[in-house]
Design a protein around this ligand. Structure first.
Ligand code: CDP
Length: 257
C-alpha cells in the first residue's frame, strides 16, 4: 500500500519527499524532460527509471572511491533514499570537449577537444536562466565559502577523472557534465557532498566511434530515440540489459499476428 508522504519540493525532473528518518529525503525520478529553461517540455516514458539506475550506479562508485555523495540507496524503480542537504546555489559544469553554450558563447566548433579541462560555475536562478558567474561573484555574494569552493573544484576534477575513464571503457566520450553540491549537517559539523543526480540528462555522452549523441541533446535537438540511447548507456555500463522493459506509464500496443 502507498503511504501518504510529505512532498518537500517538485522540480523539473524530480520530486523530493520526506524520508523515513530525520535527515533523509526520497528522490523520485519523473519521466518529464525539459530544456531551454523549461520552455520545451515533454514526457518521455521510461526516462526516470533509467536515470534512477544510472545515477545509483555512478553515485555508488563515487561513494566507494571516498567522494562523498548524498546517495544512501535505491528504494525502487524510480526512487532513491538520500541524505538531506542544503543545495549550494551553483551549477558546476565540467568540460572536456567544446559543446553547447561554450561553443555558442566563444565560437568554438562543437567537438573540439579542449586544451585542458574547464570548470565553470552558473548561479542557480531559473528566472535569470542560470547565468555564468566567476569565483569573484561567488565570494562577493557569499554563495559558497572559500573552503566549499575548494571542495567543489577538487571533487569535480576527481569525478571527471573517474567518469571519463568509466565511459571511455565502454566506448563513450564524456564531453561535459553538470554537478550540484550540498551542505550536509552532522551535529555541529557541515560537509560538502555531491547531490542532485548524474545521468544522461546532466551529461553530454557521445559514442566514441560515431559521435552519436547518447544524452539529453537528443531531446533538446529533436533527434528522437532518447530512451533507446539512455538504455544503451545503461546496457554498456552493465546495469540493464537492452531487452529489459522499462516501466512504461501507458499500455504499449502490440501486433496481434
Ligand atoms: O546544455 P546547455 O547547452 O544548455 O548548456 P551547457 O552549459 O553547454 O551544458 C553543459 C553540460 O551541463 C551539459 O552536459 C548539460 O546537459 C549540463 N547541464 C545540466 O544538466 N543542467 C543545466 N541546467 C545546465 C547544463
Amino acid at each position: 500500500m502507498n503511504q501518504r508522504r510529505t512532498r518537500l519540493y517538485e522540480g523539473k525532473a524530480k520530486i523530493l519527499y520526506e524520508g523515513p528518518e530525520p535527515g533523509t529525503v526520497i528522490v523520485h525520478f519523473k519521466d518529464d524532460a525539459t530544456a531551454f529553461n523549461a520552455q520545451k517540455k515533454e514526457v518521455i516514458d521510461g526516462k526516470g527509471v533509467i536515470n534512477n539506475r544510472i545515477c545509483e550506479f555512478i553515485f555508488t562508485k563515487l561513494n566507494d572511491l571516498g567522494i562523498p555523495t548524498h546517495f544512501i540507496k535505491r528504494l525502487n524503480m524510480r526512487e532513491q533514499l538520500v541524505h538531506a542537504v542544503d543545495i549550494i546555489p551553483l551549477e558546476v559544469i565540467v568540460r572536456n570537449v567544446a559543446a553547447g553554450t561554450l561553443s555558442t558563447r566563444l565560437g568554438i566548433e562543437e567537438g573540439t577537444p579542449l586544451p585542458r579541462t574547464l570548470i565553470e560555475f552558473c548561479y542557480k536562478k531559473d528566472e535569470l536562466g542560470d547565468p555564468l558567474v566567476s569565483e569573484e561573484h561567488i565570494m562577493a555574494f557569499d554563495w559558497a565559502r572559500p573552503q566549499e569552493l575548494d571542495d567543489m573544484m577538487t571533487m569535480a576534477i576527481r569525478i571527471n577523472d573517474f567518469m571519463s575513464g568509466l565511459f571511455m571503457g565502454i566506448g563513450i566520450k564524456l564531453v561535459d557534465f553538470k554537478l550540484e553540491f550540498g551542505r550536509q549537517y552532522e551535529g555541529d559539523m557541515v560537509r560538502t557532498v555531491l547531490a542532485d543526480e548524474i545521468s544522461p540528462d546532466s551529461c553530454r555522452l557521445w559514442d566514441i566511434e560515431t559521435d552519436e549523441k547518447m544524452d539529453k541533446d537528443r531531446f533538446r535537438r529533436d533527434l528522437g530515440g532518447l530512451v533507446e540511447a539512455y538504455q544503451e548507456v545503461a546496457r554498456r555500463l552493465g546495469i540493464m540489459n537492452g531487452n529489459e522493459p522499462v516501466e512504461r506509464s501507458k499500455p504499449v500496443l502490440v501486433k496481434s499476428d
